[in-house]
Ligand binder design. Structure first.
Ligand SMILES: [Zn+2]
Length: 242
């Protein structure tokens, strides 16, 4: 089995769209296209034809490019069954436990409600990669727009069952803001302090800081490290007010 080729496309002010190519079959998938043109250009540059779009949730900065990419390529759009009314371009509705395929690779759909009520993630277990949309960020988690701290706590706990090497492809560059907040939650966490310094240097040099990994998050993400839903809720409220 050949490795997936995963390309990060920065769009809008801080979104990342992920372009995922499976060399064996040529299948090429886009996770959460906020917009179409830079995504089509990135695929064209590499000689790839987009065959699929996978959405994690309905927010316009994750689905805004669906229609134009489909018009340009005839691709198939897969997304959360629970949000089909809010994603009118969906062709295939999926829910937790379903399997979606990209060439010879397959991903398990996880239900991760909280940021939105029907939010899903796509876990390529064999590739040790998970596309989490706005559920987990480097040193952070998504805002609780349509769900509860209990749900987000369950999501973090489940992500915490993955092995350290699993790469986490999140949809925003929020890392510096998250790191600056995280050190106020865990002022004695040396790994977190070191990561903040590394992130400040990377962002100062204009570099991206995602994907992250479960191992890094286990050591530095206060939302993954929270001992209870109450604690996660308390930290989330502080971050929202920050
Ligand atoms: Zn969102």
């Amino acid at each position: 089995m050949t490795a997936l080729d995963i390309v990060r496309i920065p769009v809008l002010s801080d979104n990342y769209v992920w372009l995922v190519h499976e060399p064996g079959s040529g299948a090429t998938m886009v996770v959460d296209p906020a917009v179409a043109d830079p995504v089509l250009a990135a695929a064209k540059e590499r000689g790839w034809t987009i065959t699929d779009i996978w959405n994690t949730h309905w927010h316009p900065d994750h689905t805004g490019g669906n229609a134009a990419i489909k018009e340009a390529t005839g691709c198939t759009i897969t997304g959360p069954a629970a949000e089909y009314e809010r994603i009118p371009t969906l062709d295939v509705q999926v829910k937790g436990g379903d399997t979606v395929r990209l060439g010879s690779h397959s991903a398990e759909v996880w239900d991760v409600p909280a940021h939105t009520a029907g939010h899903i993630a796509y876990h390529f277990a064999d590739d040790r990669a998970i596309f989490v949309g706005d559920t987990m960020f480097a040193m952070g988690c998504g805002r609780l727009f349509e769900g509860t701290a209990e749900q987000m706590f369950d999501n973090m706990q489940r992500l915490g069952t993955l092995d350290d090497a699993t790469r986490v492809y999140c949809a925003h560059e929020y890392t510096l803001s998250n790191a600056r907040f995280a050190v106020t939650v865990e002022p004695d966490n040396a790994e977190l302090a070191a990561r903040l310094a590394a992130v400040e240097a990377a962002r100062g040099a204009g570099e991206a800081t995602v994907p992250t990994s479960i191992g890094e998050e286990r050591a530095t993400n206060p939302f993954l490290r929270a001992a209870s839903a109450q604690e996660l809720g308390r930290i989330r409220a502080l971050k929202d007010a920050a």
